[in-house]
Design a binder for this molecule. Structure first.
Ligand code: SF4
Ligand code: SF4
Length: 322
């Protein structure tokens, strides 16, 4: 068979797999034009190639935008980490959260039921999108209601994050590595959890923890080397990449409250009292987030919510606190 025909077949199969993986819009990415190619070529070092995919897309995509008059960027340069698909931490998550919580192999098989991949052939690719200083400064000065830039980052920044998940998965598919973005998968949902009130079939923050990118704070946010004011994303792919070392043993290692018994500033920043010294009250938090949606609509004409007071004006906002 002619090589170009093989390639066409592969792209068609990739697009089918992408559809099964819930990657609507993937065709656009499979024929992706207009933004410079990732700096590092695939081949010698897959971690450099994938890191470059995430960073270059974030730097160059016009979708990385607050969509305000000044077209300010929503995100700074991302952090990227990797975790092997057969890392036992994912079974631990499942045991603690509930049977509905996916391991990398489970979500991969849901997306690619005909692919005989084993867990040790998969990699979880995780990234952190840090908020820009302008977005953080905008919310830092508020105490009750969210600022416009923060809400824009929550709405349009997350739209970009979704696009980034599609782009990374499509780029991997195009290079012969089936890939799925779990949180875009049609089966992604939130369930009741005995231990955690409710939890999702996949947690981007827990994937980031597994990929060495940070530990949890008193308010449940992930404290990363670029701070807690961020959002994260992940893709599970059939590609072998060495796991990023986890430079911690305790899942609260970076939080001053758990590590040293000091700080607790996120408890005073939260306008809803949803963070106390006992931890994070998910239901109170959800109620407050719903209230911010009403405010954002009335005040800024924006459809969506955005709270995040616990992520700004605190020592872990932009770094690992000391
Ligand atoms: S503000 Fe302080 S207590 Fe809260 S998560 Fe950050 S370091 Fe921990
Ligand atoms: S997101 Fe808002 S309501 Fe939820 S814990 Fe943080 S500050 Fe409180």
């Amino acid at each position: 068979m002619r090589p170009d025909l093989n390639r066409r077949k592969f792209l068609a199969a990739s697009a089918r797999g992408a559809a099964a993986a819930g990657l609507a819009g993937v065709a656009r990415h499979l024929n992706w034009l207009g933004i410079p190619a990732a700096r590092a070529a695939q081949g010698e070092n897959p971690s450099d190639w994938i890191t470059s995919l995430v960073r270059d897309y974030t730097a160059n995509s016009p979708l990385n935008s607050l969509k305000n008059e000044a077209a300010e960027k929503a995100w700074d340069e991302p952090l990227v980490g990797f975790c092997r698909g057969d890392d036992s931490i994912f079974q631990l998550y499942k045991d603690r959260v509930g049977p509905f919580h996916w391991t990398p192999l489970e979500i991969f098989r849901l997306a690619f039921p005909d692919d005989p991949a084993r867990a040790d052939e998969l990699t979880v690719i995780s990234w952190i999108l840090p908020h820009t200083e302008a977005v953080k400064a905008d919310l830092r000065k508020e105490t009750k209601n969210p600022s416009e830039k923060w809400v824009r980052a929550r709405i349009y920044g997350e739209e970009f994050n979704e696009d980034l998940r599609r782009y990374v998965a499509a780029s991997l598919l195009k290079s012969g590595h089936p890939a799925v973005a779990p949180s875009l998968s049609p089966g992604f949902k939130t369930e009741k959890s005995e231990r955690y009130v409710f939890a999702s079939t996949w947690s981007e923050r827990h994937a980031a923890y597994a990929a060495g990118l940070g530990t949890f704070g008193l308010c449940d946010g992930l404290i990363t080397p670029k701070g807690k004011a961020m959002r994260c994303g992940a893709v599970v792919a059939r590609i072998q990449v060495a796991g990023t070392p986890r430079p911690y043993e305790d899942h609260h290692a970076y939080c001053l409250f758990y590590a040293k018994g000091i700080c607790g500033l996120c408890t005073t920043r939260c306008p809803a009292g949803a963070v106390t010294k006992s931890g994070h009250d998910k239901q109170a938090c959800m109620k407050q987030c719903a209230a911010t949606a009403q405010y954002a609509d009335k005040q800024f004409g924006l459809k969506g919510y955005g709270c995040g007071f616990c992520q700004t004006g605190v020592p872990c906002e932009s770094r690992i606190p000391v």
